[in-house]
Write a protein that binds this ligand. Structure first.
Ligand code: ACO
Length: 335
């Protein structure tokens, strides 16, 4: 049995910055409400004609990650692509990465676990490397939220939160003899599937049915979120799954070098930090600048923290996510 490690990281966000004041021109909201409730000051949105899509942003992040791993695209033996906003209903985004990056006919797997997508994808990559099946697996989280949000007052509780971007990691066989991915911990609770969901178009809510909808009613092709309900579950599950990972490795919160929580809401991150008694230096947040980029949020934050020198060799890095499904998970990594 082998172990795996993250050998390269990369991220990409569109250039177009959208501030809270910009959104206040489109809907009844304001900078104070958004900052106070979420911590978000601005986010990035794809601009029509800038060439960005979920898959092309994924390629940009992946290209950086592969280069930093000291590898060539041809070294990648599998693609795992996490997104809730693929360019097409089917096929998934993984095959587009394979095509756009000119890769050999390597397997491409899509993961649809929303905000926990990256942690789930990392776990899958870890298993493939541990068994010895592959040496280098490319994991990508990428989202184009701005194309599918309701920017009227009706959708304001959701549309102010989300942003676009991509992050990527190369998961490689650990030949350093030190550290690597120690363990991953995944969970789901589908009975809450309707509390944060985009219902259609789907086979349960097909296009003709949507077209018959009265525009005054809730529109199923925009995301619905029961914010307070999600918030209450998030703070419990985040702390639980971080402790599960620490306990599995005989570690405690004081051992954490850097916690990268999924960037759902700054208040959620602060709540977890307080609950686990972590210092400001032990938690990395960048939701202030990017909003919630769902499957991309952890790899973007992880890349940034690493680029800023906040993650050093030997540090215990903890990734934790919670989101729609509900699904949640954590990853314990010795850097
Ligand atoms: N601007 C101004 N007012 C607003 C806005 C807005 N953008 N959005 C909602 N409001 C209003 C509401 O209408 C409500 O008004 P009322 O009291 O007159 O009815 C009031 O503000 C309070 O609304 P709440 O929804 O109770 O506000 P809350 O403090 O819960 O904040 C938020 C909302 C930010 C969505 C929060 O609940 C949250 O972050 N929830 C968790 C999100 C999360 O973790 N998601 C998981 C990951 S996402 C994924 O998996 C895809």
């Amino acid at each position: 049995m082998y172990t795996s490690r993250i050998s390269g990281l990369g991220s990409y966000v569109p250039e177009n910055v959208v501030t809270n004041d910009d959104l206040a021109k489109l809907m009844d909201t304001n900078d104070e409400w958004i900052q106070e409730r979420t911590g978000i000051k601005e986010r990035r949105h794809i601009k029509k004609g800038d060439g960005n899509t979920t898959s092309t942003m994924g390629v940009k992040a992946a290209t950086i990650a592969i280069e930093r791993a000291g590898l060539q695209t041809s070294d990648i033996e599998m693609i795992i692509f996490a997104t809730l906003s693929p360019d097409m209903y089917f096929p998934g985004g993984g095959v587009q990465i394979q095509d756009l990056m000119g890769m050999d006919t390597v397997p491409a797997l899509d993961v649809r676990n929303q905000c926990s997508g990256f942690v789930y994808a990392l776990s899958v990559a870890d298993q493939f490397v541990r068994t010895g099946m592959y040496k280098h697996v490319l994991v990508i989280g990428s989202e184009n939220h701005s194309g599918g949000l309701d920017f009227t007052t009706r959708g304001r509780n959701v549309s102010v939160i989300f942003g676009d971007g991509a992050g990527a990691a190369v998961v490689s066989r650990n030949e350093t003899g030190k550290g690597g991915i120690l363990s991953t911990h995944l969970h789901s609770e589908g009975k809450h599937k309707d509390e944060l969901a985009l219902q259609g178009p789907s086979t349960g809510y097909w296009v003709p049915e949507i077209l018959e909808k009265n525009p005054q009613e809730d529109i199923p092709y925009y995301p619905y979120m029961n914010g307070q309900f999600v918030f209450k579950h998030a703070v419990v599950r985040f702390a639980e799954v971080i402790m599960e990972g620490l306990n599995a490795n005989g570690l405690s919160p004081s051992d954490i070098g850097m916690l990268i929580p999924h960037q759902a809401n700054l208040r959620i991150s602060q709540f977890i930090q307080k609950k686990l008694r972590l210092s400001d230096d032990q938690v990395y947040n960048n939701i202030q600048r990017y909003g919630n980029t769902t499957a991309a949020s952890i790899p973007i934050a992880l890349t940034e923290a690493w680029e800023k020198g906040k993650i050093k060799e030997g540090d215990l890095v903890v990734l934790a996510a919670f989101g729609s499904g509900f699904t949640w998970g954590s990853a314990m990594i010795r850097w």
